[in-house]
Every structure is written in structure tokens, then in C-alpha cells.
Design a protein around this ligand. Sequence first.
Ligand code: ZN
Length: 242
Amino acid sequence: MRIAILSDIHANLEALIAVLEDIEKQDLDAVLCLGDVVGYGPDPVECINTMKTISLFVLAGNHDHAAVDLTSAQDFNPVARAAVEWTRRQLDEPARAYLASLPLTRQDLGVYFVHGSPFRPEEWNYILSAADAGRAFDCFEEPVCFVGHSHVPLVLELGQDGRIRYRDPYGTVFQGDRRYIVNVGSVGQPRDGDPRAAYGIWDRTQKAFELRRVAYDVQSVQRKILQAGLPPLLAYRLAYGQ
Ligand code: ZN
């Protein structure tokens, strides 16, 4: 069984369509999403409707919850907050109800899924370092936890000696005596310096993870962002993967 894991689509429909075309070629068994379907980008409702149709499940991200007032946008920077307010105005009632219905975590297929961190999921904590991961490993039981939120692909391995090591997100085989936290990167706003859309393929049978990158029409999304009156920074950063 091979599963596509998407996260942080951020209303970037061009990136999402490119990723779905790549998924089509990979002959996968399921698609799931770790949250932040909306926020930043110009096509929130289209992205919601697409993910709703094709996903095994979709989790809530901080932008999804902020768009329906389930989490405060107070802590967001001014650009992100402006995008939340813009997004709120675009959502129709079914889209609002759908975002409000998304769960924070899911234990399924023998692993754990969450948008930010298993450590207090409702606080949207980031896992950026081995220290963040140490705390997070204590908060789930499964051998593997898949996350998004930072928009930076990452595989952290916890050995039996208690040490945490970095593994290659572009190809890691999960060892039976170790545990893993895997960040699948971002479809719609990558921040690792590579502007191509990112998503993960989890091979549940082979116990392996592989990050994939997909080029898409960045300029078309940039034009839409500027035309929509969203903060221009949200358009410019896409070209740099920042
Ligand atoms: Zn995000």
C-alpha cells in the first residue's frame, strides 16, 4: 500500500493540480492531507473542494481553523493575518462547515498524523529541531508520526539509545527498532529554497518514505495573488521557495 501525504496546500490550485497529476502517474492507493488547505493563496474554495473529494482524510491546520475563527489569528504576522481575513471573505457556507469539521489529529494505518506537533496539537507547535522532536516523540505511541506546518521537509529518527538523527527525506527506510517524525513539506508554499511543490509518498508495505518535488506554473499563481489584492510578498516568495 502506497499513500500520498500532502500538507500546506495554502489555496495554491496550480501547485495542487501539478501534484495530483504526478500522483496519478505513481499508481498510489490513497491521498491524505495534514492541513492548511487554505491561507496565503488565491483559490481556497477550489482547493477545499478538490481535497474533500479525493482525500482519505484531511486534518485541520492553523490557517484552516483561523479562517473559521476556531483559532485566533492574533499570533499570525501581519501578512498572514491579511491573508486570513481575505480567505474568510471567499469561503461559502459548505467550505466554512467543512473547515470547521476537520480534526486536529488522527491515529490510523498504524501511525500518527498531525498538522504541527503531537505536543499540544491545538497550540500549533513547530518541529524544527531535535529538541522540538524530543518533546514530540513523548506525545505519541506509534512508530511514525507525519507532520507538516513548517513547510520544510524533514525526517528525524529516534534510536534506541535515545539520540535523534536526521535522515534523508528523499529516501528513508523505517527501521523496526526506531521511531520517526516525518515532515512532508508543503504543496503550495515550500520554504526550503526549492520552489517546486513538495509531497510525500509513504510506502506502508515497504516501510519507506520518499519526498517528491513537482514543478508548476508559479507565475500564474503569482498573477492571481496580485490580482486578488493579497499581500504581494505572498506572490514573490513562491519564486524562491521561501
Ligand atoms: Zn502552513
